[in-house]
Ligand binder design. Sequence first.
Ligand code: 5AD
Ligand code: SF4
Length: 456
Amino acid sequence: MKEAITDMQAKKKLMIVTYGCQMNVYDSIKMADLMRPFGYEQTEQVSEADMVILNTCNIREKAAEKVYSELGRIKQFKDKKKANGNNMLIAVAGCVSQAEGDEIFKRAPFVDIVVGPQSFATLPELVTKIIRDHDKHAINLDFVSDSKFDALPEEAAPQGFSAFLTIQEGCDVFCKYCIVPYTRGAEFSRPVEQIYREANRLVEQGAKEITLLGQNVSAYHGISTEGEISLPKLIKILAKISGLERIRYTTSHPSDINEEFFEIHGSEPKLMPFLHLPVQSGSNKILKDMNRKYTREQYFYAIENLRKARPDLSFSSDFIVGYPGETDQDFEDTMDLVRHVNFAQSYSFKYSKRPGTPAAIMDNQVPERIKAERLAKLQELISFQQTEFNKNSIGLIMPVLFEKTGKYDGQYVGKTPYMQSVHVKSETNLIGKILDVKISELFSNSLAAELVKEDA
Ligand code: 5AD
Ligand code: SF4
């Protein structure tokens, strides 16, 4: 297999464009790891790319449509290369591939490869089909029967000081608006030992922070030597890795957040006090219609107990406005929930019909104009809360993980436990260090701070 591609040509350039969630970011990292042994080095310049992979997202219509406009742009570069006697492979990976399959070839015949989120380990074979066998198109959308992770290479390029680790994939909840169970498939938890090995390797390669990823990460139930274990137990195991300083996990489902989660947030200092816990709506009627499996009261209960366990814990959430059947009162219930919880940050979206999902064919769709009005109102409140949260950080001392240099000389940029971007000035190089800073000023997208100890 390896020879098949490398025979064709030696060094080549690969550009990967990633859309959507952090799971896709992780998959893109793995795609680069998969193609590297075949001579493909990454580039960010489409003009020099021998292969372009679009790792796509299908969560809302807008995200999916973006793929076709981007493909049109890339085609121009492919045509230019062709005119000079060279080739550019174009692969569409990710959730749009899974949902649309070979329709993509019909709409964009210049695409060479279509591969899904479960089957991208076969990318090298698909590339061989095009380059060596001169197939016009190559496609693989199989759902692997056991684990796609077994087929991925263990060798990996370092991810840096903050790394992603997918521990769980797919979802069995079937919220009625959501495409994920159809694109990512059934729920699957990776075995503990495999995760532990990967976490250790990431730390050896320099990671100080690991974000555990999964579409429904709180449903994690991976096999260990002691049988199946939950996410809080996994966190306890990983927290013992020396050199690993920060652990995060995303995305959770509120109905999984039980006593065990309260306990781990209260007892494990490496677990960051910031939790993304999407609620989607504040109306019990809409939550029921969405098949979310919890009430607003149960959501409040989880938030209250998490805060009791860890008083400095802050929350972010996702919201959908204009779900079929949402009335003004239902929307007011959402606004009320937001006021009640007070989020540090939130993402909000107009409901978007996804073909094949139950909500897409409901006949009580909300008109676009009303969706837009509700979204604007909600976003105003969310943005107010976010600004207040950031303002309240001024004067506080917080540990920051420094990851890169800033725009100006001697400036370093890092993240607080709450994912706020912070910049400080320093004479010494701070990259890779976790240091206490005192927050001094609020800018539109970041905070300025000073080091607490100058001799860091
Ligand atoms: N329409 C709008 N937003 C959606 N999301 C998921 N499906 C849809 C949809 N059909 C949002 C949810 C989810 C986030 C990742 O995207 O809020 O938490
Ligand atoms: Fe987008 Fe969902 Fe697929 Fe992530 S899992 S890429 S959010 S559709």
